[in-house]
Design a protein around this ligand. Structure first.
Ligand SMILES: Cc1ncc(COP(=O)(O)O)c(C=O)c1O
Length: 362
């Protein structure tokens, strides 16, 4: 039973069965668990970033609305600055959306997501007292348009989160299914999370022009700059103006604003090289995995692979860990996830360590 004495009686009830977000502790020789990009940044880029950091005036608060970075992101994405909102990672934007939009569970207004997907949609929604409805992905990890339409009709959500490419499956939602969802949920905001879009064969940004209820989320975290914690939201300016009202003052630190502006305006070639290297390693590793007994791989549009193991994922995960290779296992979620691992693409030698450790385990 939950203890509700003293100050505890005032705690947000959603916290009762939650724990703080903690990445797997411990030191591992090969860490392929967090979907970060491998260490591929050039010496010149490192030097340029250090030079820019050395010029920061540490006494000053940041520019409150991050106008220069906003302009740079707008240019990169082909939208206007009024259609851009910046956050401390896309995580902060997810929280801002959940603060800005309604949660009246009786007449609709909850949050709809697919499952399995990025856990922060559900966790952050619950913290903000939203009801959450999850629609399972189909057998090949695609969206079931009929099931989703039915859920939208019954639940009338205020917000619908769709990661495409999806974490952890690496799959994209079929474009016609996405359009159907956006049109059938005309009274909801559909957030298309493109955290992994740099590794995908297409993007979904055009939806912004054709449909007013679409929001796109992007981030620098997956292409080599997780340390900066920069995410951005692209939406019609009317949507941006409303969500901007819940943004905390000075949300983006000066180092993030300065260095991310440099990344976006001058290090585009580095981002392209990182992307190309990861995509070619991804295809190479996937082909090697296909030759291993008891292993199958879902084609990926992201910087990780979604791997099915005939043996229990827990056993394989522990076997890899024993060889100092850390990946992500979903066995604790039960059901069909008991046989799945998510493995981030690393440097060639890290991927080789993973492949040989896996061959030993299976
Ligand atoms: C689908 C998805 N969206 C958003 C995020 C969070 O990204 P950020 O680092 O920009 O907060 C992640 C991180 O794993 C993710 O997988």
């Amino acid at each position: 039973m939950t203890d509700t004495r003293g100050w505890r009686r005032w705690l947000n009830p959603a916290l009762a069965d939650m724990s703080a977000y903690t990445p797997a502790p411990g030191a591992f020789e090969v860490r392929l668990d967090a979907n970060e990009a491998p260490s591929l940044l050039s010496k010149e880029a490192h030097a340029e970033l250090a030079l820019r950091a050395a010029r920061i005036d540490w006494r000053r608060y940041p520019d409150a609305g991050s106008p220069r970075l906003r302009e740079a992101i707008a240019q990169r994405c082909g939208v206007t600055p009024e259609e851009v909102l910046l956050g401390v990672g896309s995580d902060e934007l997810i929280a801002m959306l959940l603060r800005a939009f309604g949660r009246d569970g009786k007449s609709g207004g909850g949050v709809l997501t697919l499952t399995p997907t990025f856990v922060m949609y559900r966790m952050t929604a619950r913290i903000h007292a939203h009801q959450v409805m999850e629609v399972p992905l189909d057998a090949s990890w695609g969206m079931s348009p009929d099931a989703v339409s039915k859920a939208v009709e019954m639940f009338q959500p205020s917000l619908i989160f769709v990661a495409s490419p999806n974490n952890p499956t690496g799959t994209m939602v079929a474009m016609d299914h996405l359009v159907r969802l956006v049109e059938s949920a005309a009274e909801s905001l559909v957030i298309v999370d493109e955290a992994y879009v740099d590794y995908a064969s297409r993007h979904q940004l055009d939806l912004l022009r054709t449909h007013e209820n679409v929001v796109i989320l992007r981030t620098l975290s997956k292409v080599g700059f997780a340390a900066l914690r920069l995410g951005w939201m692209l939406a019609r300016s009317e949507v941006v103006r409303e969500v901007d009202k819940v943004r905390l003052p000075y949300n983006l630190p000066v180092p993030t604003q300065e260095l991310a502006t440099l990344v976006v305006t001058e290090l585009g070639d580095e981002l392209t090289r990182i992307r190309d290297t990861v995509v070619s390693e991804r295809e190479r590793v996937a082909a090697r995995l296909a030759g291993l007994p008891g292993i199958s791989v879902t084609p990926s549009e992201a910087n990780f692979l979604w791997i099915k193991t005939e043996a229990s994922a827990e056993e394989v995960y522990e076997g890899l860990k024993a060889q100092s290779v850390l990946v992500r296992s979903f066995h604790k979620h039960g059901g069909r996830l008991k046989h799945y691992l998510r493995v981030t693409i690393g440097l060639t030698h890290e991927n080789e360590r993973f492949l040989s450790a896996l061959a030993e385990v299976v």
